[in-house]
Design a protein around this ligand. Structure first.
Ligand code: AMP
Ligand code: MN
Ligand code: MN
Length: 333
């Protein structure tokens, strides 16, 4: 075991070599990191003749369907071999896999992640908090396994990097990340294509929803908090769906004077999903943790059980507890 109670790279490689059957698990509301990381390791293990299945509770988002093996992602499987190993990607807790996760043997589980405060829920936990994406943690595993870097694997991993760095704009874009990305491009990852598929492929309805959300946003300039909300009615009016909410919080964060951006998504009855972004002063992972959520210093989320008003009040309280005295009165929808 390493210093933080995690597994060593050698232990991970040994366990992967000892198993023949795997299920790669990505988190609910999947993004390019959770999916790309699982696909990359899955493709690598297939090179070694292993049997690989991919579990994801939610459908593959439209903008990730170009990824190799994305068509093999399932919510349900037939019977799995007895010694199947479950590998979890980009989730700080197993609950993020969703309630439809098939039963698995906890003794044969691997947790690969880069989140702060990962609960280390698996038998083997390989968590590198300083990595920009879970995909680059997988890259280390693949290098230790000695699998070939194919254009397909390179494309999956570059997708994880571009997702979690906001196409190389976020502060986690280190010189190392750029060097790794250059090598992935040289190995055949098509950066143009990833940019087009993930970042320049917005549906008309998504942009209409963006307009509605921005029209309703509020700004407590003293506290530096910008927030807005979308609800089911707004989605219906714009002919949009939950996937179309993805980019809204980023557009709040880029406003001059914004320290914390908050998007409230009251799309499903009885729950509000909250997305938090920080410009680097406030640790939004701590804010989300007050409501049972998690994430990173600059990007975190949580799910609030209840109505929109309650979610806004609860976030205002959590922000106050973290030293941000925001007045967040009226719900803007
Ligand atoms: P999002 O705002 O949904 O893009 O999520 C931002 C970050 O917060 C990601 O790293 C997520 O994995 C994490 N996150 C979002 N929602 C939750 C949640 N309910 N519990 C734990 N982590 C979350
Ligand atoms: Mn993720
Ligand atoms: Mn990630």
């Amino acid at each position: 075991m390493s210093a933080e109670g995690g597994a060593t790279l050698e232990q991970v490689v040994t366990a992967l070599c000892e198993h023949e059957s795997f299920v790669m698990v990505s988190h609910v509301k999947p993004d390019g990191d959770t999916l790309g990381a699982g696909l990359a390791l899955g493709l690598g293990l297939k090179q070694l003749g292993k049997r690989v299945a991919y579990f994801q509770q939610d459908p593959v988002p439209r903008n990730l369907r170009f990824l190799p093996d994305a068509g093999a992602v399932r919510r349900e499987f037939g019977t799995l071999p007895e010694r199947t190993m479950f590998c979890f990607f980009d989730m700080s807790d197993v609950a993020r896999a969703g309630p439809f996760l098939p039963p698995f043997d906890p003794a044969r589980s691997l947790n690969v992640d880069h989140h702060l405060g990962n609960t280390r829920f698996a038998a083997l936990n390989y968590i590198l908090e300083t990595e920009a994406s879970t995909g680059t943690v997988v890259l280390r595993i693949l290098q230790a396994l000695g699998t070939a870097m194919t254009p397909q694997i390179a494309e999956c991993i570059l997708t994880t990097v571009m997702t979690d760095t906001g196409a190389f704009m976020h502060s986690n874009t280190t010189p190392d990340v750029l060097r790794t990305s250059a090598r992935l491009m040289e190995a055949g990852a098509d950066k143009e294509r990833i940019t087009r598929e993930i970042f320049a492929n917005k549906r008309f309805s998504a942009q209409r929803l963006m307009g509605e959300a921005l029209a309703r946003m509020r700004f407590d300039q003293e506290a530096g908090v910008v927030w807005t909300a979308v609800d089911a009615q707004m989605l219906a009016q714009c002919e949009a769906d939950a996937e179309d909410t993805e980019d809204i919080v980023q557009q709040l964060r880029v406003i001059d004077g914004c320290k914390v951006a908050v998007l409230f998504k009251a799309v499903e009855p009885g729950e509000v999903r909250v997305s938090l972004r920080s410009n680097g002063e406030v640790n939004v992972q701590c804010v989300a943790a007050h409501l049972g959520g998690g994430g990173h210093f600059r990007a975190a989320g949580c799910t609030f059980e209840g109505a929109l008003d309650g979610a806004v009040t609860a976030i205002a309280e959590a922000l106050r507890a973290e030293g941000v005295a925001a007045k967040m009165p009226a719900v803007p929808v």
